[in-house]
Design a protein. Structure first.
Length: 77
């Protein structure tokens, strides 16, 4: 799986989870939603994404699938 798809899935999951927590637990969870949104916005200008760095260190970097060879340490195998 391509890393940009993983980042979008993480962001969407975090936003939905924080909205549910804000609704059922505490409105302060909306600050987490704002943080994720701010991170997405700043990464569109700076091309710097902390989650991308973490995912690459975990071996999920690059495009997995298609004709590329999958390594044993990849998250895509």
């Amino acid at each position: 799986m391509k890393i940009h798809l993983l980042i979008r899935r993480f962001a969407g999951t975090f936003i939905l989870a924080s909205l549910l927590l804000a609704h059922y637990h505490s409105p302060n969870w909306l600050w987490f939603t704002a943080f994720v949104g701010f991170n997405l916005l700043q990464s569109s200008f700076t091309n710097f994404c902390p989650l991308e760095i973490v995912l690459k260190k975990l071996g999920c970097g690059g495009a997995c699938g298609g004709t590329e060879k999958k390594s044993d340490s990849s998250c895509c195998s």
